[in-house]
Design a protein around this ligand. Structure first.
Ligand code: NAD
Length: 479
């Protein structure tokens, strides 16, 4: 297996993967390095013809792929993740160039998702016996859905493609994957690495614009959409999928609150809270996006977080000293700059950061703001950038009410020196994942997804894997 992996050399140019063949249709997407705002690569841009060919190939490949056992499919996926690991350094460098995150985070993204894919494909999905008595036996089985369309955003393109792909393939489906037009390159390389390991047509990868995603959601040849992206697009996906009653899993945005209790020790938790806010420069669905601090710890927490922000080093992700890269694209940069300006107009007090560099590159400093109204844009919206409000509370019920007063419901956390007390309060948060003394922890064995408008369905664990399958009751009468 290792020998086979070592024999593959990644090419310098980029291709779509359709029906097992690396393909170029002549159309081009330009890819910008967010650290300098310059186009640094071009790759093929798929259109309707390539989508139709990919869907047809996926449909042809699906019956034979689904006839293999879980163990057989897991073995093929393990061969693939091994090959991905062999090429980790090259993939990570490309990921940093197109996405902006520090190189050590790109390495971690590839390593972690390969490990998580392996863990996912070790989860057993057995039929359940619902009734077994003298009148008969009723079993609940799970059948593959068919072809899964996977649509990913630009903040963690490698992880989100790899994990959805592993889930769909393991459960007997074939896939058509479309990364964000801002970050197509690493995903196309994941396609190049898939060539020769999976049967032709089982994995198809198409770079393309938003219209290609819309075409996928409408196509009768796709049975399920696994979508990760914004709430606004998620709603469009669901509306478009209704035409063919496609299954959908929607992993959408968040506005995660962190509630810091009166018994928390700011010196102990500040670093963890800082990185839960600003890893990937705040462009993480389950980042902390609002902090509610009890009045008794508020001043000390602000001071400790300011020190963490001052220690951070913003810069090009390829520079080994960098801890925070740029925003990923000009659109997101402009959106976060607007939030900086709106926060200033609304009278927010900037504890640290707040200045907008003149460029080049889409850099913004880690910024904490206090004295900002609960109905400000910074508190109400998903900022998805390096600016986080620290809000004061004196009554815990009031803090929980404010934390829950949002249309989002992805994650939330409680910080305390008493984990048992934390657990009780965490249960009151209206979110898919409520953490205590941590935020963002995830694993292949733990279902992940959003409550309210943060999503629909779950990824990972047997609950997530079953989302890639259709439940089927087999009911046998004893006669
Ligand atoms: P986006 O919604 O703009 O785009 C996501 C993907 O959808 C892209 O590939 C895009 O081309 C495609 N797309 C756009 N319009 C489409 C349409 N009409 N039909 C089908 N596909 C379409 O999101 P983004 O700005 O790339 O990503 C940032 C968002 O993603 C944030 O809100 C973030 O919180 C969210 N996110 C969520 C999770 C999670 O697991 N919950 C993880 C990462 C990111």
């Amino acid at each position: 297996m290792a020998e086979r992996a070592a024999n593959i050399r990644l090419r310098d140019d980029f291709f779509l993967l359709i029906d097992g063949a690396l393909t170029d249709n002549g159309e081009r997407l330009e890819v910008i390095n967010p650290a300098d705002g310059q186009v640094f690569a071009r790759c093929p841009k798929a259109g309707r013809t390539q989508l139709d060919a990919a869907i047809a190939a996926a449909r042809r490949a699906q019956p034979a792929w689904s006839e293999r056992s879980f163990a057989e499919r897991a073995a093929v996926i393990a061969e693939y993740t091994q090959r991905v690991r062999e090429h980790r350094d090259k993939l990570a460098e490309l990921l940093t160039r197109e996405q902006g995150k520090p190189l050590f985070e790109s390495v971690a993204e590839i390593d972690r998702s390969a490990a998580q894919a392996d863990a996912l494909t070790g989860i057993e999905l057995r039929p359940e016996v619902l009734v077994d008595n003298d009148r008969g036996r009723i079993e609940l089985h799970y059948r593959p859905l068919g072809v899964v369309g996977i649509i990913t955003p630009w903040n963690a393109p490698a992880a989100l493609a790899l994990l959805a792909m592993a889930s769909a393939l393991y459960t007997g489906n074939t896939v058509v994957i479309k990364p964000s037009p801002y970050t197509p390159l690493t995903t196309l390389k994941l396609g190049e690495l898939a060539q020769g390991i999976f049967p032709p047509g089982a994995v198809n990868i198409l770079a393309g614009g938003d219209e290609l995603g819309a075409a996928m959601t409408e196509s009768p040849g796709i049975d399920k959409i696994s979508f990760t992206g914004s709430v606004a697009t998620g709603k469009r996906v669901m509306a478009n999928a209704a035409g063919t009653l496609k299954r959908v899993t929607l992993e959408l945005g968040g506005n995660d609150p962190a509630i810091v209790l009166d018994d928390a020790d700011p010196a102990k938790i500040a670093q963890r809270i800082f990185y839960a806010c600003f890893v990937n420069t705040g462009q993480v669905c389950m980042a902390i996006k609002r902090i509610y601090a009890h009045t008794s710890v508020y001043e000390r927490l602000c001071e400790a977080l300011v020190i963490e922000a001052q220690r951070a080093k913003c810069g090009n992700g390829l520079d080994p000293d960098t801890t925070l890269g740029p925003l990923q694209n000009a659109m997101q940069f402009d959106k976060v700059v607007e939030i900086f300006e709106d926060t200033r107009r609304a009278g927010g007090r900037f504890l640290v950061g707040g200045e907008i560099p003149s460029g080049p590159g889409y850099f913004l400093p880690p910024t904490f703001v206090t004295d900002i109204a609960e109905d400000s844009r910074l508190v109400r919206e998903e900022q998805f950038g390096p600016i986080v409000p620290i809000l004061k509370y004196s009554d815990l019920d009031d803090a929980v009410r404010r934390a829950n007063d949002t249309r989002y419901g992805l994650g939330g956390s409680v910080w305390t020196s008493d984990p048992e007390r934390g657990r009780e309060i965490a249960k009151r948060l209206e979110v898919g994942t409520a953490w205590v003394n941590q935020h963002r922890a995830s694993s292949a064995h733990v279902p992940f997804g959003g409550a309210k408008e943060s999503g629909l369905g779950r990824q990972y664990a047997s609950l997530g894997l079953k989302g890639y399958m259709e439940p089927q009751v087999v009911s046998v009468s004893a006669m």
